[in-house]
Structure formats: structure tokens, C-alpha cells
Design a binder for this molecule. Structure first.
Ligand SMILES: C[S@@+](CC[C@H](N)C(=O)[O-])C[C@H]1O[C@@H](n2cnc3c(N)ncnc32)[C@H](O)[C@@H]1O
Length: 258
């Protein structure tokens, strides 16, 4: 899938993560770690680590004997991971690698126990090759967990946006199609056991400013609609106390051994 404007922008990513933490009813990381089966001493490959939302808590969970190779295409995001890791004295447990997901098999030298990819595996240009590499890189007891948006993710915000744009929403973002289609199919072709999970996180905005700030850091954002969006959000909150949009997440856990 092609990267959009906000997909590699570390500042926009931080803004979205803060919004999820402030306005979200549920916690994505708790759900991920409930399914990822991490233990002390494990080696982890993380694809599309962003600013380290999962990397840093994972570094605590794997302890001083574990290690994480955290890959991202954004140097800015990786610098943020490294700074946070230093502040938390976790930098010895994390190696950051500024590269794309495609070609992963060429630059990760050693087998790993776990692969995590939260909101990023669908950026692979050749997902078939990436899945083959991941399957080969994983130890026999290894587990791959990837998650991302369902096709109906944030439908409420999409409706709000497209009523303004005066156009029909595109059929799918590509990411939803990957999470519900291609990604699951590729996992099933290679892995012995594949399980699919879902997670809903309602975001409840309490003001027009909060709703606008989220949209402005989201891939629906369109500079040409900026004033109209602000006006429509203001109008909405004149009669309503809350705007709710639901982050709908699909998670896939693939184990090498049955
Ligand atoms: C939505 S963020 C997810 C970050 C983090 N995993 C999280 O859940 O907060 C997607 C990340 O994927 C990275 N990315 C996009 N395309 C990539 C590619 N082809 N290879 C590696 N990373 C990529 C972006 O730079 C961004 O940091």
C-alpha cells in the first residue's frame, strides 16, 4: 500500500497517540500484549515501530536478557524512540534500524522469537515476500502478531468528513483490505495456526477543538476543507455534548507451530 501524507510523520503520529490516550475508552497496548505472549529473554523484531508506543513497554517486558530490533522508515520517529529509551535506561535492549519493511530478510541477521507490527505491515510493497521472510526469520516456536484498522474503522469520522467533502468515501483505504483479506490469507498460507481478534476503542471528543485536532493529524485531513471542518465541528457541538468515532482494530496472531 502506498504511504499517505501522515503515514511517516512522527509529529502527527504522536498527536494521534495522545488523542487515543486522552479520549479513548480502551487501551490498544493492553489488548496487543494480551495476545502477543511476551516473556523475559525473548528477541523481538518490530516493524513500523513509529515513536515507540509498543517498543518501550516491550523493552520492559522482555527484561535485560531480551532484545528488540525496531524498524521504521522514519528517522525522526526512530530518534524519538532512542531518546525515550535513553530516558528510561532501556537503550541497551533496543536496536533501531532505519529501513523499509520490504527487504527485511536481508538486514535482520538472526532468527527472532516474536514479530510485532502494529499499524504498519500493510505498507509493504511486496507483502508475499515480506511474509515469507518473516516466517523464515521466526524461531520454530515463533509468533507473528500484526494489527491495523478494520474496513469500517472510524466510520463515524469518515461520514462527518465526506459529508463536508461532498464526495463518497473510497471503498477501502487499502489497510482495511489488507487486515481483513490479503494479510490473513498470506498468514494462513505459511503459518500452522492463525487466529483473528478484534478490538473496539470508542474515542469520545468533548469539544470542537479536540475533534478538529484529531482530524488534522489523521489521513483524512485536507487543507482545502480546514475552515469548513472547523465550522461544522463548532456547529455540531452547539447541539451535542460528544462526538464519538470508533477505532475498529483487527489483530492477527500467526504461530509457526500448531
Ligand atoms: C501508524 S504508525 C504506527 C506506529 C506504531 N507501531 C504504533 O502503533 O504506534 C506507522 C509507522 O510505519 C512506518 N512506515 C510506513 N511505511 C513504512 C515502510 N515501508 N517500512 C517501514 N516503516 C514504515 C511509519 O514511518 C510510521 O512510523
Amino acid at each position: 500500500m502506498k504511504c499517505g501524507n501522515f503515514d511517516t510523520n512522527a509529529t502527527a503520529l504522536k498527536q494521534r497517540i495522545q488523542t487515543h490516550e486522552r479520549y479513548g475508552a480502551n487501551d490498544l497496548n493492553t489488548w496487543i500484549f494480551d495476545h502477543f505472549q511476551l516473556q523475559e529473554g525473548l528477541s523481538v523484531l518490530e516493524l513500523g515501530c513509529g515513536t515507540g508506543k509498543q517498543t518501550l513497554p516491550m523493552a520492559k517486558l522482555i527484561g535485560s536478557t531480551g532484545h528488540i530490533v525496531a524498524v521504521d522508515i522514519s528517522q525522526e520517529a526512530l530518534e524519538s524512540v532512542f531518546r525515550s529509551a535513553q530516558e528510561l535506561k532501556l537503550e541497551n535492549r533496543i536496536s533501531v534500524v532505519c529501513k523499509g519493511i520490504d527487504g527485511i530478510g536481508k538486514y535482520v541477521p538472526k532468527p527472532v522469537d516474536r514479530v510485532l507490527s502494529s499499524y504498519s505491515l500493510y505498507y509493504a510493497e511486496s507483502p508475499d515476500a515480506v511474509f515469507r521472510d518473516l516466517h523464515r526469520l521466526l524461531n520454530p516456536e515463533g509468533i507473528l502478531f500484526f494489527c491495523g484498522p478494520a474496513k469500517d474503522n472510524n466510520d463515524e469520522l469518515k461520514r462527518f468528513h465526506y459529508s463536508l467533502a461532498g464526495t463518497q468515501p473510497p471503498k477501502d483505504s487499502g489497510a482495511g483490505e489488507f487486515m481483513e483479506g490479503t494479510g490473513q490469507r498470506l498468514a494462513r498460507e505459511l503459518f500452522a495456526t492463525v487466529e483473528v481478534f478484534s478490538f473496539d476503542n470508542p474515542l469520545r471528543f468533548d469539544s470542537a477543538d479536540a475533534l478538529y485536532a484529531y482530524w488534522a493529524a489523521y489521513n483524512l485531513y485536507d487543507v482545502r476543507l480546514e475552515n469548513e471542518f472547523k465550522a461544522m465541528a463548532k456547529q455540531y457541538f452547539q447541539s451535542q455534548q460528544c462526538f464519538e468515532t470508533i477505532k475498529r482494530v483487527v489483530g492477527v496472531r500467526a504461530a509457526k507451530r500448531a
